[in-house]
Design a protein around this ligand. Structure first.
Ligand code: GLN
Length: 316
């Protein structure tokens, strides 16, 4: 498997040149655009196959939306969440919010775009610090890594320059969609985006969801059903406005972030983590998309591809 991963990295490395490291959050611009890492987490606890810069740390950014959504669901139940936020895919960029200003719109499209994520983070019970602590603890549990922390510099950089996120939060506040301490909610959101991981952590988070969300207790829904729900949500909304094409071309429920990470949920308790910080025009990792596309095609991981691998993936 490592040989295959190295080969796929090499074949897709050139895609770095099509992308650009995010610079609208100034601290993210410091990332080395040449880094590329991949990890596939196998079914059994300790099995990890990695290649490239799998030890390199980067920030979760939008991938944290999956985790804050789970925490909010644990605190409120799913019905309550979807009273406030939609379950619709979107053709708009992740940070768009003009539609929210229309008189007939009372919900962000889904919890995986910024407005929806800020709203779900605000539904987590507790003050700003307690909310963040819950998100951090769940991240550590999902990745089975108690050492996960956050990048103070990225957090402060986004907090300082986050006018766009701030505007959408205040717009939601003015429409009565987001109540309470808006600055506190934004603070949690900026901090959760700056949680620091590597590709091994991401792959294990994917594995955690695939293998049934162990320990996630949500009123009215079994863990297995929650895992099915999260996969559906990411399949339709996880890659911003590229989600539909990605669903067809890759067919793996995934979530990306502007830090350059992609977390994929494979069937049968397996997961993928990819990192490469140069982003395409949708804010997804350029080389990361190439890598997961090729991995999906060669290992028949697209959920609509029924040419199942004869050999067990773990024995590859
Ligand atoms: N922190 C980033 C933002 O809010 C997250 C966006 C992303 O990863 N797409 O702009």
């Amino acid at each position: 498997m490592e040989i295959l991963l190295n080969e796929i990295i090499d074949r897709n490395r050139h895609l770095i040149e099509n992308g650009k490291v995010a610079n609208y959050i100034p601290a993210l611009a410091k990332a080395d655009y040449r880094k590329i890492g991949v990890t596939v987490a196998g079914r059994t606890g300790s099995l990890l196959y990695s290649a490239g810069d799998y030890n390199e740390k980067f920030t979760l950014q939008s991938i944290s939306k999956v985790i804050s959504f789970l925490v909010a669901a644990m605190d409120n139940g799913l019905d309550h969440i979807f009273e406030k936020v939609g379950l619709d895919s979107t053709d708009e960029p992740f940070n768009a919010f003009t539609k929210l200003d229309l008189p007939n719109i009372h919900k962000p499209a889904n919890p995986m775009i910024n407005s929806g994520a800020i709203l779900t983070t605000g539904m987590i019970k507790g003050d700003s610090q307690e909310r963040f602590q819950k998100i951090l603890e769940l991240t550590r549990r999902m990745a089975n890594n108690p050492y996960i922390g956050y990048d103070e510099e990225v957090y402060l950089s986004e907090k300082e320059t986050g006018s766009r996120n701030r505007s959408m939060a205040y717009l939601m506040n003015s429409k009565g969609i987001l109540d309470g301490d808006v600055e506190g909610v934004l603070d949690t959101y900026f901090k959760q985006c700056s949680i620091q991981v590597d590709t091994m952590d991401l792959a294990k988070i994917g594995r955690f969801i695939s293998s049934g969300c162990e320990g996630i207790d949500i009123k009215g829904i079994s863990r297995k059903d929650m895992s099915v729900m999260v996969k559906g949500l990411l399949f339709t909304c996880g890659m911003y406005n590229y989600s539909a094409r990605y669903a067809i071309e890759v067919g793996i429920p995934s979530k990306s972030g502007v830090g350059g990470g992609i977390m994929g949920i494979l069937p049968d308790g397996m997961g993928i983590g990819i990192f490469s910080p140069a982003l395409d025009e949708n804010g997804n990792s350029s080389a990361g998309i190439g890598i997961i596309k090729e991995l999906s095609r060669r290992l028949h991981l697209n959920i609509f591809d029924d040419r199942k691998l004869q050999a067990d993936l773990e024995a590859y």
